[in-house]
Design a protein around this ligand. Structure first.
Ligand code: P70
Length: 465
């Protein structure tokens, strides 16, 4: 597969440390087999997340030097506000220090216990913030979105018929509908403009506001440009503007498509909601012209939002991730297809069919990738999402058991991707050596961040499990 080479050259380098297998074995044991607890400088290629891990450009670093750290009315805020309004088009722009605060401000203002929030698939922080209000986070992605082998070009689409059926019965319990672009939990899959329009129409019919979770909006727009009929001649900016015009607001983690290391925002049209949210913002985050950020951070976001719209950048970005996926697939590794925008997702159910979801096959794979190759991936499966059914007490496991190789933006070269692909393929060829895991500690919410686990001993003489 051909894809454009890096559309940048390297001006500053950050050395990577290679640690011995013995040291990695000690570190992962001390971490309770939780990759979040391994010190980052003992990792060779860190694909834990694409969030906050981007390399900033020379222009963004220059923007940092232009910080105006006035408590109120910093000029950086006005630049930031103009950049956000230009792309997203919403009236009120509220800066936050990251995406989950935007979610928390929105949900704690508009949700009450017993409400329902439909989404294509909620990501972990969104789900947790909805549930924190006593509301239900409902996933209404199209059926193909749950099938790792379906080649549907817009597997992130929300099923408008399912949404309409829900709203026909439960309108009173649904204060807003969310649409996550791209759909992270479903494999970084895009949502089409046609689908956003269909969801908008259903929302309009039932008079429910539509909010986007816009973290990876530019990657989503690039897929639309490449795949959706009638969109090939539109610019990324135009596609984004067209999509967001269908909504009433958005939450955003600028740590993704803002190309910065920290930052986020909430943008919306409703003045009454905005006023209540701003009052809460002042209580917990900061004054409305900085949120939880420094002036310089706002300037870096304003610049990042311009750079992320570049088609050269996006062709390389999406191409590099696709290239990693293609190498893995050629090596026989089962992955979610088509490859998403920010990450390649390994299908752990097919990688380790002998380990049941109750024994965390995805996490077993994550641990082995670090131990053998110094690569950090993240589990997006039963450790992250399995939950006890309140009524029956039984564990409910997610349909997808994935391991995500998230590629930071502008950070690793394609040679790093080759190393990762070769390593995962080698591990796949040795997969029968992997064992299931059990939990020894779990927190009540978002347990994957702090859980501790241990390996389940091999069954005697390889007895069938
Ligand atoms: C990720 C990170 C964050 C996120 C997101 C969507 C669709 C909101 C947020 C919250 C989280 C993560 C997961 C595993 C390891 C490290 C980090 N996603 N909506 O990597 O944004 O983090 O700024 O509060 O994907 O996918 P924020």
């Amino acid at each position: 597969m051909r894809f454009p080479a890096e559309p940048f050259r390297i001006k500053v380098v950050e050395p990577l440390r290679r640690v011995s297998r013995e040291e990695r074995e000690r570190l992962i044991r001390e971490a309770g087999l939780n990759i979040f607890a391994v010190p980052a400088d003992s990792i060779y290629v860190d694909l834990l997340t694409d969030s906050g891990t981007s390399a900033m450009s020379d222009r963004q670093w220059a923007a940092i030097m232009m910080g105006d750290e006035s408590y109120a009315g910093s000029r950086n805020f006005y630049h930031f506000e103009a950049a956000v309004r230009d792309i997203f088009g919403y009236k009120h722009v509220i800066p936050t220090h990251q995406g989950r605060v935007a979610e928390n401000l929105l949900f704690s203002t508009v949700l009450k216990a017993g409400d329902i929030v439909p989404n294509n698939i909620h990501f972990d922080t969104t789900r947790a913030n909805v549930q924190h209000q006593g509301a239900e986070a409902l996933d209404l992605v199209i059926d193909e979105g749950h099938d790792p082998t379906s080649l549907h070009p817009f597997k992130g689409n929300l099923d408008p018929a399912k949404l309409d059926a829900l709203l026909t019965v439960e309108r009173a319990r649904v204060p807003l509908v969310m649409l996550t672009v791209t759909n992270n939990s479903g494999g970084g899959q895009p949502v089409s403009l046609a689908n956003a329009r269909a969801v908008h129409d259903v929302c309009k019919h039932h008079k429910v506001p539509l909010f986007f979770d816009a973290c990876r909006f530019a990657e989503n727009a690039y897929f639309i440009q490449q795949r959706e009929s009638g969109c090939a001649n539109k610019s990324i900016r135009e596609i984004a503007q067209e999509m967001f015009a269908l909504g009433d607001g958005c939450t955003m983690s600028a740590k993704k498509d803002g190309l910065v290391n920290i930052g986020g925002f909430l943008a919306l049209n409703d003045s009454e909601w905005s006023q209540r949210i701003t009052n809460l913002l002042i209580l917990i985050e900061g004054f409305p012209t900085y949120g939880g950020l420094a002036g310089r951070d706002l300037e870096a976001i304003a610049q990042g939002l311009q750079e992320v719209l570049s088609e050269d950048y996006l062709a390389f970005r999406i191409g590099q991730v696709a290239h990693l996926g293609e190498r893995l697939s050629d090596g026989g590794v089962p992955i979610v297809k088509p490859v998403g925008g920010h990450a390649v997702y390994i299908d752990a159910k097919r990688f380790l069919p002998g380990i049941p979801q109750s024994e965390f096959p995805g996490q077993a794979l994550v641990v082995a990738l670090y131990l053998e190759y110094g690569i950090r991936a993240v589990e997006v499966g039963s450790l992250m999402f399995a939950q006890k059914d309140e009524k029956t007490g039984a564990m409910v496991y997610p349909k997808l058991e994935l391991v995500r190789l998230a590629v930071p933006r502008r950070v690793y070269t394609t040679e790093h991707m080759r190393y990762v692909a070769d390593s995962v393929i080698e591990l796949y060829n040795n997969r029968e050596k992997l064992r299931g895991l059990r939990l020894t500690y779990e927190a009540p919410v978002l347990r994957h961040f702090t859980a501790r686990l241990e390996a389940i001993a091999a069954s005697p003489a390889g007895a069938a499990r």
